[in-house]
Write a new protein. Structure first.
Ligand code: 2AM
Length: 184
């Protein structure tokens, strides 16, 4: 028997979405890394920097979640990110783009969003995991990428964040934006 929409559960997270030109540059780099080291490069449409991972949430709770995110968005302070570092996590077999310099506005907003969402009654799927800003480029390379790979990209003036639903498919996860908040 099929589940009614009210019972539907969604795997949710909040993330920053790179603007199209930056996403294209990142996807090009990811494809090059996949050629060099094997593995699955993320396509431009799937590239994101997770702000807050929620995990499974009932679809009926989306309106409350949207309200909480809108109230957190009011505390946004503008910032620009410079993705200038590549790293590799052997346990997760994941190659990512990240930041050499800390971005306090980014970690502050992630923490504020988290506390706002928790106050609205949501428990956080990554409880205990420290926020580490990264944008996954490549999963499961066939051989370990060396340290010190360089990354040179244009700056990213962040102009908003999104609530995304993740769906697992045979080809890997795909992400669907459910709501976007544009910020000053
Ligand atoms: P990853 O890219 O490092 O795997 C959708 O799955 C997004 O949420 C991805 O950016 C993923 O990070 C992140 N994510 C998945 N599970 C998570 C967890 N338990 N805690 C924090 N982030 C998670």
């Amino acid at each position: 028997m099929s589940q009614g929409a009210a019972d539907e559960r969604l795997r949710l997270f909040f993330a920053l979405l790179p603007p199209p030109q930056l996403a294209a540059a990142l996807a090009g780099r990811a494809a090059g890394l996949a050629r060099d080291y094997g593995g699955r490069a993320l396509p431009a449409a799937n590239l994101h920097l997770t702000l807050l991972f929620l995990g499974d949430v009932g679809a009926a709770r989306l309106p409350v979640l949207n309200l909480a995110a809108s109230s957190a968005a009011a505390a946004w302070r503008p910032f620009t990110l410079q993705l200038d570092r590549l790293g590799y996590w052997p346990r997760q077999q994941l190659l990512w783009a990240g930041l050499q310099q800390a971005a306090p506005e980014l970690s502050d907003f992630s923490a504020y969003l988290r506390s706002t969402v928790e106050k609205a009654g949501f428990s956080i799927g990554d409880a205990g995991r420290a926020f580490f800003p990264h944008l996954t480029l490549l999963r499961k390379p066939g051989r370990t990428p060396p340290d010190g790979l360089s990354l040179t990209l244009p700056a990213w003036p962040v102009s908003g964040f999104a609530l995304l639903a993740s769906t697992r498919t045979a080809a890997g996860a795909s992400y669907r934006p459910l709501a976007v908040w544009l910020v000053p």
